[in-house]
Structures are given as structure tokens and as C-alpha cells.
Design a binder for this molecule. Sequence first.
Ligand SMILES: [Zn+2]
Length: 101
Amino acid sequence: MSSKATGRNPSAQELREAERIAALRPSQQRDHPSAVAADPSKLAHINTYGALPEFYIDQPFSCRDCGKAEIWRAADQKWYYEEAKGHIDAKAVRCHDCRKR
Ligand SMILES: [Zn+2]
């Protein structure tokens, strides 16, 4: 997989685009080509008083440990929540290198 696919070492342009999309309204994000639809049947483990996610969108973030900018890809979020059964409030806070350590 390329760095583009994983969100590691994103280019400045990729980061700008991810930040732009992250700032859109949810209705605009849902219709964006980079949005990945959620599968509600795989989110049954989530207890939330709020609504379940209908889609995932690339999320730019800065690593809590080293400050490096990365992107948590929509496809990776889908895997994390639906296959790894991650907690819905969990978010990427560390870059790939710091998670490995
Ligand atoms: Zn880091």
C-alpha cells in the first residue's frame, strides 16, 4: 500500500484536502467521494445515546506524542469500528510510528 492509502506521511496537499473535507457539514461530507458508508449491522457493539455513524471521512490529526501530522483514513476507521470493534469515542491520537513503540 502507498502512503496515500494508509494516511502515513501525507503530503501537504493531502492534509489540506483532508482538513477541508473535515470542516464541511455532515451532509456535504456524506456525499463526498472520499466518504465510506458505515454498516450499521456491524456497529451493534456500540452503546451510544447519540446516533451511530452513517459514514466515515478522512480525519487529519496531529500525533499526541511527536506532533507529526497524519490522516486517519475513512477505510481504517471503518475497519477499526466494524471489524476490530473499537469504541466509538476512540480516535487516532498517535502516528503510526509512535503506536508501534
Ligand atoms: Zn508520533
